[in-house]
Write a protein that binds this ligand. Structure first.
Ligand code: GLU
Length: 390
């Protein structure tokens, strides 16, 4: 399903989870991107990866890249010593390396008629709902505009207490945030083995994981090299985040050219298959795990609109109870008090009260800023009884 030349010959060998994936997050580690001997970017390899990305884009897929490499590139330019760096040194190195990294992606995207967009995240951007909504909207808009978001941790400001620390975990958070269908972790090995294959000649490759059991976790061990923060352990941790969000994950080798094409061609990988899809997982999260901070009562017209899969507009709101911030969870109720669903609200209490009952077109005049048209977007809503569709 990639390009005509590869699809006819190979699509039968790729898993349906790959050929049907519409939104794919690809994580690239420092060890694949940079040459540890001279600290240079491996441009031949990155060009081959960007060829794959261009093919997938041409096949209608949305691609988000999570790329490491900032520290590895910058430490060389700054001539920092080999071995572990102090936090401040890593931050300085990232400041230098991130420009080079972004430049490389920009140039390589451009030569393929594509647009790269840089997104630097800190932990709070995926952990705090308000900032999560912001980051997600930006990535969604970029994808709708056919750009390729290139994400990294904002290493220059992230300190030990507030960092993801490794891009395996960051990529899983991003995949979950954007409800990706598939997360690809490009590694220095072609998947998960029962034991480290370099140490144990009897190590068996595991092609499929459907449950991350303690046995699977034990197989992951520790590992990790000087350049890459993650080993198999952080990849399995990433798997837990991804599968919990309904995102399938694949670990495969990035030590070959065109590593994504290799997945299409049925290359050797380990698949982690989620039990539900991202939409179902998100609805479960929305309806179950969040403590609602307020209640929004809607009129009959809005109730009908919600039931037909629409977002909640301010115009249909007749009463607001509670105190909440933007991004908080609220309960949506019919005029007679019946619970209709739950969702993440796009405005804090005071602003929500000011625009309730008003037309979306009047929001900017009432509030003095350009806010969202919807009070609760349908993607951020789970209707009671699972009646809604997004
Ligand atoms: N964010 C780091 C960098 O760009 C990489 C972290 C990791 O290797 O997982 O250098």
């Amino acid at each position: 399903m990639v390009s005509p030349s590869t699809s006819s010959a190979t699509s039968s060998t790729a898993r349906a989870e790959w050929t049907h994936a519409r939104r794919i997050v690809v994580k690239i580690g420092s060890a694949l991107l940079t040459d540890s001997a001279n600290g240079q970017l491996k441009t031949t390899w990155l060009n081959s990866l960007m060829d794959d990305v261009a093919e997938l884009k041409a096949a209608g897929k949305e691609i988000v890249i999570v790329s490491s490499g900032a520290v590895a590139l910058g430490r060389h330019t700054l001539k920092l010593p080999k071995g572990p760096l102090e936090l401040e040194q890593s931050q300085a190195a990232a400041a230098v390396g991130q420009i080079a990294l972004a430049h490389a992606y920009q140039e390589m995207a451009q030569t393929r008629g594509l647009t790269a967009a840089q997104i630097l995240l800190t932990l709070g951007d995926t952990e705090q709902r308000r900032r999560y909504l912001n980051a997600r909207t930006t990535i969604d808009v970029l994808l709708a505009l056919k750009a390729i978001p290139v994400v990294n941790e904002n290493d220059t400001v992230a300190t030990t207490e507030i960092r993801y620390g490794d891009n395996d975990r960051l990529s899983a958070r991003v995949a979950s945030m954007v409800s990706a269908d598939c997360l690809v972790l490009l590694s220095d090995i072609d998947g998960l083995y029962t034991a480290p294959p370099n140490d144990d000649p009897n190590a068996q490759h595991i092609p499929l994981v459907t449950d991350i059991t303690p046995e699977i976790e034990a197989m992951a061990g520790d590992a990790g090299t000087e350049l890459s923060k993650g080993g198999m352990k952080t990849k399995v941790e990433a798997g837990k985040i991804a599968l919990g969000a309904g995102t399938n994950m694949v670990i495969t080798t990035g030590k070959i050219l065109n590593p994504l094409r290799a997945i299409t061609n049925g290359g050797k990988v380990t698949w982690f298959i989620a039990k539900s899809d991202p939409t179902t997982a998100k609805k479960r999260w929305l309806s179950g795990q969040l403590v609602p901070a307020g209640q929004i009562f809607v009129d009959a017209g809005a109730e009908k609109a919600l039931m037909s899969g629409k977002s909640l507009l301010p115009a249909g709101v007749i009463r607001i109870d509670g105190t909440f911030d933007r991004g908080d969870a609220v309960i949506i109720r019919a005029a007679d008090g019946r619970e209709l669903g739950r969702g993440l609200i796009a405005y804090a209490t005071a602003d929500a009260r000011r625009i309730m009952g008003k037309r979306s077109g009047d929001i900017s005049e009432i509030l003095g800023y350009e806010g969202r048209d919807t009070l609760i977007h349908r993607d951020d809503m789970a209707l009671t009884g699972g009646a809604n569709r997004t």
